[in-house]
Design a binder for this molecule. Structure first.
Ligand code: NAD
Length: 260
């Protein structure tokens, strides 16, 4: 379905981004991976995707806190694949704490990676997409783009901002066959959540398995994790013809978290 299309997936060395890279590659898209990992792990990922799906795969080391790196990443995709058709803004981090005790450098880092990076990537890809009259942009927001939780001030602010920015980009580019949508997951089993489970298990002196069940139970009607692969499936949908008039949406995949 996506044969001949070229995709950048930020933060795709792990978790949701990696699963999205697999899902898009499975549909035939060439992939520019990005994110942090050991050099050997990155080489292995590039080979795995290339061999499994017979698509072109490369890697950009761009740091999403650095606007110049982001410009270089988009230029790299255009240079090696010819153009950028699909952009998935996925890179993100978490740090929990109350607003009055929140470290200023953590606030800046989360706003930079979870929000501003998407401005910089979209700013860089949109002129080419407009010229070619095609683009699919998917922003990985969160239920925290729609509702709040205590202790997640920076994350909630960044994700609400990302949902808003998604709508603006959708409105500005409707005449260019460019769609821009946000995906809003609830709990997904990835290293980002593993850390939150481990921190809470240590603080409450409880078994991590029990803590993860408690965390899901506090928020979701369906009391199990969404898998990264399920988010990959939704990303493929947003790139499909079936979704060609879906734009500016904030689509939940959250076990009913935001239904209440
Ligand atoms: P993860 O920790 O498994 O992966 C994060 C990825 O981002 C990694 O590849 C990492 O190397 C990369 N990254 C981090 N800082 C970066 C930087 N400065 N520059 C470039 N890459 C960087 O986390 P995940 O759970 O897969 O999260 C992916 C996205 O999904 C995030 O935006 C997160 O907010 C969002 N999300 C996750 C959940 C969940 O429950 N896991 C729920 C809702 C939304």
């Amino acid at each position: 379905m996506l044969k001949g299309k070229n995709a950048i997936v930020t933060g795709s060395t792990s978790g949701i981004g990696l699963a999205i890279a697999h899902s898009l590659a499975e549909q035939g898209a060439n992939i520019l991976l990005n994110g942090f990992a050991e050099k050997s792990a990155i080489t292995a990922l590039v080979s795995e995707l290339q061999e499994k799906y017979a698509v072109r795969v490369d890697y950009s080391p761009a740091d999403m806190t650095k606007p110049n790196d982001i410009v270089d990443m988009v230029a790299m995709c255009d240079r090696i694949f010819g153009r950028t058709d699909i952009l998935v803004n996925n890179a993100g981090i978490q740090f929990t704490g109350t607003v009055d005790g929140y470290p200023v450098e953590k606030w800046d880092q989360i706003i930079s990676i979870n929000l501003s990076a998407s401005f910089h990537t979209m700013r860089a890809v949109l002129p080419g997409m407009k010229k070619r009259n095609f683009g699919r942009i998917i922003n990985i927001a969160s239920v925290h783009g729609l509702v709040a939780s205590a202790n997640k001030g920076a994350y909630v602010a960044a994700k609400h901002g990302l949902v808003g920015l998604t709508k603006v980009v959708a409105l500005e580019n409707g005449d260019f066959n460019i769609t821009c949508n946000a995906i809003c997951p609830g709990w997904v089993n990835t290293p980002l959540v593993d850390k939150q489970v481990a921190d809470r298990a240590a603080a409450e002196n409880k078994d991590p398995q029990l803590v993860s069940q408690e965390m899901i139970g506090e928020k979701q009607a369906i009391k199990r994790f969404t898998s990264p692969e399920q988010i990959g499936g939704l990303a493929v949908y947003f790139c499909s013809n079936a979704a060609s008039t879906t734009t500016g949406s904030a689509y939940t995949i959250d076990g009913g978290w935001t239904a209440e």
